[in-house]
Design a protein around this ligand. Structure first.
Ligand code: CDP
Length: 227
């Protein structure tokens, strides 16, 4: 059976990663969370106080960043390693979330990340989620899905995800963060978030996880059969 490339793009917290992970497991494909790479780069920039307005400093900092996904045997998911350190937990917090879109908008950061993402797709058989995967990283992907959900649903989902780790977190903080990131991500100059012209739209506001998975897998099976 031929393997294909599947891309999932969309706004923050609309359930892309959950769906991408489930699809990859069902198809026996590799799941790649491109957002984790931007988050890890952002963590490095925060720790080393990199001035994002200084492009020489940004380019120099990128030469010290080595990113790898490694399978976590306990959770069965791939954790993000920044220079050999497992940063999976730390990159999900609000400090990184509040800075990541500014970092991800920088041209050298995009060139650095997209080149690595494209290498991961050379064997096909991958499901990658992000903002520009169907438009800039794999414009020739066989299946492109643009995931959407209502803003209320997105805030609620992210709140439920984060409150377990940080009981002090508020929905207002999360809402402000999602609005800020969506705005920066969709208005930036280099590969902004937008729906690819040949993407299929999946609005999951009123779908259960199983329902959205069934729908997405039916699309995937059809594209695989025609590949
Ligand atoms: O999980 P969530 O939807 O909140 O975000 P994410 O996928 O972890 O991505 C974090 C941030 O990285 C986004 O808000 C974008 O600024 C950036 N990003 C990007 O620019 N391009 C991608 N392909 C993936 C993420």
């Amino acid at each position: 059976m031929k393997k294909i490339i599947i891309t999932l793009d969309g706004y923050s917290s609309c359930g892309k990663s959950t769906l991408a992970k489930q699809m990859a497991a069902h198809l026996n494909y590799v799941f790649i969370d491109s957002g984790a790479m931007y988050r890890a780069i952002t963590l490095y920039f925060i720790r080393h106080r990199i001035d994002v307005t200084n492009s020489d400093a940004v380019i120099e900092a990128l030469t010290h960043i080595h990113l790898v996904f490694k399978l976590n045997e306990q959770t069965g998911r791939a954790d993000m390693y920044l220079n050999n350190e497992n940063v999976e937990e730390e990159i999900r917090g609000l400090e990184v979330s509040n800075n990541v879109s500014q970092v991800a908008a920088l041209e050298p950061v995009r060139i650095f990340s997209v080149a690595q993402q494209q290498l991961m797709g050379t064997q096909k058989g991958i499901v990658m989620d992000g903002r520009d995967i169907g438009t800039a990283v794999f414009p020739g992907a066989e299946l492109k899905i643009f995931v959407t959900a209502s803003p209320e649903v997105r805030v609620e989902r992210r709140y439920q995800e984060l409150v377990a780790k940080d009981p002090a977190i508020t929905k207002a903080e999360i809402q402000a963060n999602l609005e800020m990131r969506d705005h920066i991500d969709s208005t930036r100059e280099f590969s902004p978030l937008k729906q690819a012209h040949d993407a299929l739209v999946l609005d999951n506001s009123n779908l259960t996880r199983d329902e959205q998975l069934d729908l997405a897998l039916s699309w995937a099976q059809e594209r695989i059969a025609n590949a």
